[in-house]
Design a protein around this ligand. Structure first.
Ligand code: GUN
Ligand code: ZN
Length: 412
């Protein structure tokens, strides 16, 4: 008989953008392999004899949060203010990213980065690092930390300092090696192709990367239409393309496995093209506010099933997906159930992983956090979401699990 584990508490579970279910006296049961066997009312629980996991009496259990856009190599430069996108990249980001050529630096930062994610209840992240050494470190430390991640390195072959500029054929050789050695090796970590954005990539480079991504069926991660000066650059560099989205489409970079971050200034035709190609769209409200890039037109994406949230660390100053949800609410008023959905099940759908993560359901992976909220009077779905998202000083994340394994706090 395999061992089963049980945790008791209030369970907050996303069902749809409109509905977040709260089970007051709930129980979550999972097996040694990390699969959920039961999630529901305690008194209807079918399995006796499970090992009980210690949790505070007032514990709230939520699914692991999903951050669909973040930069590992920008860990130390969060909060560097005073510039909009292009100046911020040049003055703060490029100097930080070039340090990732050093494998020791890359390992140290990867470790810290994952620790921050897990301590914030984020069990899955789609991220950018830099250089081959950065990817190797991100896989090794990600494996150690027990997190789920989509990992790629920021690819650029023009308009960036020479220390960051890559030689396309060398990059493709590296991608083959990184894919073979790391992709899906432990079932939790995937390799992706991350062209930074059109202004820093030649058409030929992007085409080769698009071809590689389609051949290997891996995610593409990139930025699109974030800032007005960026759009002007794209127009100048790609005079033959009708739009920014078309630049990526011509390179074969718009696939159902593509994650496009920002998308603030897209035209109606571009939105239509992205939806036809079934790409994932990642809304990064904290970064959009921080860099004064503009407002994401959520109303244009309301019914789109592949919309997620991203912290966009380091343009986003906070790792917390609750802070990202709060900022998303400040720029577009919406029910809190929708925000919670975007950071859980919506994120999983955007990554194509909704069969295994995103909510607490029998058959899925036991990725969850145990949270304590102080001064709750009448726990119900609405009340809990108010407190989780807006009262950061009253919430405490006490334990985090990925695939049934405790990953935070780390064992001594
Ligand atoms: N556009 C191109 N690179 C970046 C980046 O690193 N961060 C953000 N926010 N936008 C970008
Ligand atoms: Zn970004």
């Amino acid at each position: 008989m395999t061992k089963t584990y049980m945790i008791n508490g209030g369970i907050l579970n996303p069902e749809s953008p409109q509905k977040c279910r709260f089970i007051k006296n709930g129980t979550l049961i999972f097996n040694e392999d990390g699969h959920i066997l039961y999630c529901g009312q305690r008194k209807q629980s079918p399995l006796l004899g499970s090992v009980k996991i210690g949790a505070p009496a007032d514990a709230i259990v939520i699914p692991g949060l999903i951050d669909c856009h973040t930069h590992l190599s920008q860990y130390y430069v969060r909060g560097r203010s005073g510039d909009t996108l292009l100046g911020w990249l040049k003055n703060h980001i490029f100097p930080a990213e070039r340090k990732f050529k050093d494998p020791k630096h890359a390992s140290r930062v990867s470790k810290k980065f994952y620790h921050r994610l897990l301590s914030n209840g984020i069990t899955c992240a789609a991220l950018y690092t830099n250089f081959k050494a950065g990817v190797e470190a991100a896989f090794a430390e990600g494996h150690r930390a027990g997190i789920r991640a989509v990992i790629g390195y920021t690819m650029m072959d023009r308009n960036v300092p020479s220390a960051l500029k890559q030689e396309p054929s060398k990059t493709l050789d590296e991608c083959r090696e990184l894919f073979d050695n790391n992709h899906q090796k432990d079932g939790r970590l995937r390799f992706s192709i991350n062209p930074r954005f059109a202004p820093s990539c030649t058409p030929g480079f992007m085409k080769a990367l698009g071809y590689f991504a389609q051949q290997k069926d891996v995610c593409v991660q990139t930025h699109i239409s974030e800032n007005i000066q960026e759009l002007a650059e794209v127009k100048k560099l790609f005079p033959r393309s009708k739009s920014y989205a078309e630049v990526y489409d011509r390179a074969g970079l718009l696939t159902p496995k593509t994650l496009l971050a920002h998308g603030i200034h897209l035209s109606r035709g571009e939105r239509q093209l992205i939806k036809e190609r079934a790409c994932g769209m990642v809304h990064c409200p904290s970064a959009n506010l921080f860099l004064h890039s503009g407002r994401f037109p959520l109303e244009q994406w309301y019914d789109y099933p592949r919309l997620a949230l991203g912290s966009d660390v380091g343009a986003g100053p906070s790792f917390s997906m609750f802070d990202v949800m709060r900022d998303a609410y400040y720029v577009n008023m919406m029910p809190l159930s929708r925000l919670f959905y975007l950071a859980t099940l919506g994120g999983a759908k955007t990554l194509g992983l909704e069969k295994s993560i995103g909510s607490l359901q029998a058959g899925k992976q036991a990725d969850f956090s145990v949270i304590r909220l102080s001064d709750i009077h009448d726990p119900c779905s609405e009340e809990l979401l108010y407190d989780l998202i807006f009262k950061w000083d009253q919430r405490e994340i006490v334990q985090v699990y990925v695939g049934g394994r405790k990953v935070w706090p780390e064992r001594e």
